[in-house]
Design a protein around this ligand. Sequence first.
Ligand code: X2X
Length: 336
Amino acid sequence: MTAASRLTRAAAALAGVAVLTASLSAQARELSVSTVLSDAFPWGQAAEKWAELVEERTEGELTLRVYPNSQLVAGDQTREFSAMRSGLIDMAIGSTINWSPQVPELNLFSLPFFMPDEAAVDAVTGGEAGERIFEAIESRGVVPLAWGENGFRQLSNSRGPISAPADLDGLKIRVVGSPLFQDTFNALGADPTQMSWTDAQPALTTGAVDGQENPLSVFDVARIDQVGQEYLTLWNYMNDPLIFAVNQRVWDSLTEEQQQILRETAVEAGQWEIAMTREEESERLADIQERGVQVTELTEAQHQAFVNATASVHDKWIPRIGQELVEVARQAIESR
Ligand code: X2X
């Protein structure tokens, strides 16, 4: 064998190794997905569904490894978006509330009594407002793929029925980590205290706080009634959509086909989770009532009293969210 052909062979062998390594690593690529809630909840089930569909359609090329309970951010769910942006987390299915400190436009969903029903949520997320919100996320270094839903948030407490702002007077309410919630509950005369979901459960158990707000699915699965939250007010004061998203550099490193699969499976998992969450609501409510929780529904006039009491929150937050975005969303809701 000539020196030249030995070299060619060596080169060919090396190239073969390179190809093999590349295909092996393509097969083994694992991506982390952060969620706040585990697969006992619809939110975590959305992540499992997404992982299942991705594994199947990429034929094992991509594996999504779900990390629930905000464990990748040591329980601090308000750091999830930043962690995903910096690449500490590859992907997440996150709440608009938890990401709103970094993406102010997401506070749109937390404006008290802005979103009257599910059709309104769909009109916003599925229309121009939703596109603008996705652009806002993308401009901050994260690629949004699809919507899911944590749900309409309801108010519970351990002290007594709440049907008017005055009933909240001085009540210690655990709120999530967006400053808007502080303003809403201050406007209602309550004593809000911000804490993560991880800290909320012990705080409810010890009675360090009197109340909290979360969707029925969370109240039900986490058995919030069993830590003394015996009064529940159905006030639908806001809806908390979820967003499936990917770190920009991770996204750019994927093939076009992988990107397409990730997006279409996120949309499918999201639609599946939204439908399930909504379908289960009435049964969850019945179960909660059966466990002895006293449920208060608001009359039109009672509802209006809450709307009036929280008007200042709109005045303060609409400029931060963006007047134009709010207007586009308002129009979508009106013509739903
Ligand atoms: O912390 C909460 O209340 C929760 C689980 O609903 C969110 O992550 C927004």
